[in-house]
Design a protein around this ligand. Structure first.
Ligand code: CDM
Ligand code: ATP
Length: 303
């Protein structure tokens, strides 16, 4: 074990620039072609030794929506890592400084899990091999491996089998944060309901989209953005259509629901346009707030 220092890890949010969803599998998950892009909105996870067993605290504007018991994904990550090394019940205080919208389709809980895992590994000096960390991430949730890795990646299987992707430039985004969250399982269930009786094709990554990422071309990426969960999120939250329209009318190149929503994402041509779209979205009163962010962002990083 290393000394009594604290360790802080910074972890990005994500947007799915393509989310192709297949038919439901026998284990209840869906096979995906999930093109993840990490964006520069971050949670920070700090861990330090605790005499009182596992303790969790959270700060930030949405902190009251974050569970502070063992169901929190960050707590589950610490418990899983301790078990992997036979350390028993972890004596650790985990603090989450939360800036990623909660239940917003931006993988906030997954970010905290990846952050806690990396931070505890550093605090405890357990030096877990990267592949083992990724395997623990995959057990914690389908989005968690990407939160560790960051950048851009294609996720196959249920999203946990990652292939890194090249990104040729910076993309400027606006994220409109909605009031309240959407449950990810509920959105997948709505996808199943809406596609009942329809032959759902095998999910495939779009070559045009991968090329747009590779060349860093925002107009080409805007034309290729696609989210198969968007009709389901709109069905559960019809008011999101107004937010999408407000951002498009304000000059965004393209608009889509982020993952399972209800956060909506707007790709813009540059930083100046992103600021203008964010201001217009706030003025439209079709969202709680709007945030600008640049991608790609690095994965979980010890500060
Ligand atoms: C919508 C996305 O955020 C896009 O990246 C992810 O697919 C969701 O990933 P996540 O929140 O890490 O989801 P998990 O915690 O693994 O699974 C939660 C629930 O979402 C549904 N789920 C998730 C991933 C997947 N490939 N198929 C699914 O059907 C299942 O009902 C599952 O029980
Ligand atoms: N560390 C955490 N931060 C936020 N929510 C958490 C955390 N751990 C568990 N949860 C629970 O998970 C639910 C989903 O929160 P989260 O912010 O991860 O959603 P999300 O961003 O929509 O996830 P995804 O994009 O991966 O589907 C919350 O409503 C909360 O009850």
């Amino acid at each position: 074990m290393k000394g009594n220092v604290s360790v802080t890890v910074r972890v990005p949010a994500k947007v799915n620039v393509q989310l192709a969803v297949g038919a439901p599998r026998s284990d209840g998950f869906h096979d995906l072609a999930n093109v993840f892009l990490a964006v520069g909105l971050y949670d920070e996870v700090t861990v330090e030794p605790s005499d009182g067993g596992l303790r969790l605290t959270c700060s930030g504007p949405d902190a009251d929506q974050v569970p502070l018991d063992r169901t929190n994904l960050a707590a589950r990550a610490a418990i899983a890592l301790a078990a992997r090394h036979g350390l028993g019940e972890p004596g650790v205080h985990i603090h989450i400084a939360k800036d990623i919208p909660v239940a917003g389709g931006m993988a906030g809980g997954s970010a905290d899990a990846a952050g806690a895992l990396l931070a505890c590994d550093a605090l405890w000096g357990t030096e877990t091999p990267r592949d083992d960390l990724l395997a623990i991430c995959a057990e914690l949730g389908s989005d968690v491996p990407f939160s560790l890795v960051g950048g851009a990646a294609l996720g196959r299987g249920r999203g946990e089998l990652l292939t890194p992707l090249e990104v040729g430039g910076a993309f400027h985004w606006v994220f409109a944060v909605a009031d309240g969250g959407l449950s990810t399982p509920a959105v997948y269930a709505e996808f199943d309901r809406l596609t009942e009786g329809v032959a759902v094709p095998e999910p495939e990554a779009s070559p045009a989209l991968l090329e747009a990422l590779r060349t860093g071309d925002p107009s080409a990426l805007a034309a290729a953005l696609a989210n198969d969960l968007q009709p389901a999120a709109l069905s559960l939250r019809p008011s999101l259509a107004e937010t999408l329209r407000a951002g498009t009318e304000a000059g965004a190149l393209a608009a889509l629901v982020s993952g399972s929503g209800p956060t909506t994402a707007f790709l813009t041509k540059d930083a100046e346009s992103a600021t203008a779209v964010a201001e217009a979205l706030i003025a439209s009163a079709t969202c709680r707030t709007a945030r600008v962010a640049v991608s790609p962002a690095p994965g979980a990083t010890v500060l």
